[in-house]
Design a protein around this ligand. Structure first.
Ligand SMILES: *Cc1c(COP(=O)(O)O)cnc(C)c1O
Length: 386
């Protein structure tokens, strides 16, 4: 056997039978046993064994191992969506009467989970400006159980100093959770900085092709067992084997994609930052960002998403600009091949200029894998309409 083949077989093990190079898709809902004794043992060890696919599946195991290795954690657990992963991570670690301190302006459904859904079960939340770690410390109460971070957040791109926030949490014996979807484990490894649970919307960079909705969390083996035996199995929002297979495929090019957008995005940001019709760019790796130094310290390279504020007097101008773009799709998600645009004004009712947290002049841009010059040319022609 050649060295490389034995390496693959040894390294990847039983998820690669017959020397299959790609991981097989185990599209099965259950696993059969040769004896009652075997079945009894598998049931008793359900958090580790193959018993039923609302549980473990060899395609899941292959993906979990890779994700845990990427994030530097002992284990990982897969969910039907990023929101399911966020909900499981939070719910497994609070009870009636608990309090959570969360960075302000988290992902919208994380916000609803904490402020609406969990409020029905007596869980309280304080939202704080996460740019100053002291704000987390000041919000802590006797019933606080965890700090929830999202750095950077995905519309205004504010950072939290992860090391400082973990220090606050440890001082008070609190658990930390971070949403790391934007940075990916290749650009930011929160577990290395002491974060307990790292969650991802794998619908974004990890999938990478806008064809799967999926979520993951990376944590210790003990935390995986705890979440597996409660929220994972009872709420049942598990990943489909085919989604896991698509994510395994997406992971193979993650490094290339992340490198590519780290080259192209700063060029597009630079163009916009200098344009007279643009008031400001919100991008952690642009020198105008108030946390530029922190970005360079805790993230390995620039990401592919940012927002900018147009110099517009009315919403209709923002709409005209967005409608004129040819190379950017108007769509909500991100992480795939195509460049996208998401104007904040879509969050406003028509002719209603009231939104407590987002300026209607903001436009979020996701840079895909296209050529930077073509994207810049398109933005230039669209800005001429202002
Ligand atoms: C999209 C997103 C989520 C939710 O993930 P889904 O896979 O859509 O459920 C959570 N956090 C962030 C930062 C996201 O961008």
């Amino acid at each position: 056997m050649s060295d490389s083949l034995s390496f693959i077989l040894n390294e990847l093990g039983e998820e690669h039978p017959h020397g299959s190079v790609a991981t097989p898709l185990y599209q099965t809902s259950m696993f059969a046993f040769e004896s009652v004794e075997q079945m009894r043992r598998a049931l008793a060890e359900e958090t580790q064994s193959y018993f039923y696919t609302r549980g473990n599946n060899p395609t899941f195991t292959a993906l979990e191992r890779k994700l845990a290795a990427l994030e530097g954690t002992e284990a990982a657990l897969l969910f039907a969506s990023g929101s399911a992963a966020v909900a499981a991570a939070v719910m497994a670690n609070v009870e009636q009467g608990s309090h959570v301190v969360c960075v302000q302006k988290p992902y919208s459904w994380t916000n609803k989970l904490l402020t609406k859904l969990l409020a029905r079960f007596g869980v309280e939340v304080s939202m704080v400006d996460g740019t100053r770690p002291e704000n987390f410390a000041q919000a802590i109460r006797p019933n606080t159980r965890l700090l929830y971070l999202e750095s950077p957040n995905s519309f205004t791109f504010e950072l939290q100093d992860i090391v400082a926030c973990v220090a606050v949490a440890r001082q008070h014996g609190l658990l930390t959770i971070i949403d790391n979807s934007y940075a990916t484990p290749l650009n930011q490894r929160p577990a290395d900085m002491g974060v307990d649970i790292v969650v991802h919307s794998a619908s974004k960079y990890i999938g990478g092709h806008s064809d799967v909705v999926a979520g993951i969390l990376c944590c210790s083996q003990a935390m995986r067992e705890k979440i597996f035996s409660s929220e994972y199995m009872t709420l049942g929002g598990v990943m489909a084997p085919f989604s896991a297979w698509l994510l395994l495929r997406g992971l193979r090019t993650l490094a290339l994609r992340v490198e590519r957008v780290a080259q192209t995005t700063p060029k597009v940001v630079d163009f916009l930052a200098r344009h007279p019709k643009v008031e400001a760019v919100l991008y952690p790796f642009h020198p105008s960002h108030p946390q530029y130094e922190l970005a360079k310290k805790q993230m390995k390279r620039p990401g592919g998403m940012f927002s900018f504020r147009l110099r517009a007097n009315e919403m209709a101008e923002v709409e005209r600009f967005c409608n004129r773009l040819q190379r950017f799709l108007l769509a909500c998600s991100w992480g795939g091949y195509e460049s996208l645009i998401f104007p904040a004004c879509t969050l406003y009712g028509s002719a209603n200029y009231q939104n407590p947290w987002l300026d209607w002049r903001l436009v979020r841009v996701y840079i895909g894998l296209e050529d930077a010059d073509e994207l810049i040319a398109d933005l230039r022609q669209a800005l001429e309409c202002l």
